[in-house]
Design a protein around this ligand. Structure first.
Ligand SMILES: N[C@@H](CCC(=O)N[C@@H](CS)C(=O)NCC(=O)O)C(=O)O
Length: 213
């Protein structure tokens, strides 16, 4: 039995944050497939047994169950020394970026991608321009922050990087944002993370890709 079991699916960048952390740390983990596109997270049984918030990811460690990628990352960072914050100031700065990520960067980008990649165009026509504006605003903040630095906090990779990186490796045709040419600092930073010897793309790290037609 593996030590960590991560409820996840390949198209979930929120789950990827946790999967990538486990992968980079060389943790003893296995994915548990969440059949999201067939409504698994909306099923009352799943909500009762796995996560009352109806979301992936969920990390199981024996009888303990953690949800919210920021909580999962924080828990793992306390256990894997390469990612343990060096003190309170660094810990709070990491939390500041995780909150910004959850509220602005990932949430708008993931929603825009969800509409563009997985929903019929006429279902989101009105929302698309608004969401893209919010995405560009959040990307602008991160681009400026990374322009003169390698990592989001301090001088090494932290869980702030892994949180913000949840969706940046999905193909451009899924979300329509040309990261490479429009956000060069974000592009260099995502390549820096991907240069880690244990890095893997979300579509190979987690089950469920490609989606059955
Ligand atoms: N803030 C949460 C977001 C999790 C989330 O939205 N997960 C998506 C999959 S990527 C989900 O399960 N959504 C189900 C829903 O919104 O009903 C986290 O970081 O874990």
């Amino acid at each position: 039995m593996t030590h960590y079991r991560l409820h996840c699916f390949a198209q979930s960048g929120n789950a990827y944050k946790a999967a990538l952390m486990l992968q980079l740390c060389g943790a003893d983990w296995e994915p548990v497939f969440v059949d999201f596109f067939n409504g698994a997270t909306r099923a009352p049984d799943w909500r009762n047994a796995v996560n009352d918030m109806g979301e992936a990811p969920v990390l199981e460690i024996g009888d303990k169950r953690l949800t919210q990628s920021g909580v999962i990352l924080t828990y793992l960072a306390r256990r894997f020394p390469d990612f343990t914050p060096s003190g309170e100031d660094e810990e709070l700065e990491i939390l500041r970026w995780i909150l910004f990520d959850n509220h602005k960067f990932t949430s708008y980008f993931a929603t825009l991608r969800f509409f563009r990649a997985f929903m019929p165009p006429d279902s989101y026509a009105g929302a698309s321009a608004f969401l893209e504006g919010r995405v560009r605003s959040a990307f602008g903040v991160v681009e400026k922050h990374l322009a003169a630095r390698e990592w989001v906090v301090g001088d090494r990779m932290t869980i702030a990087d892994l949180s913000l990186a949840g969706y940046v490796y999905y193909p451009q045709d899924e979300h329509g944002i040309d990261i490479e040419h429009t956000y060069p600092a974000i592009d260099r930073w995502r390549k820096r993370i991907a240069a880690h010897p244990r890095w893997a793309h979300p579509y190979t790290l987690m089950p469920g890709h490609p989606r059955p037609a």
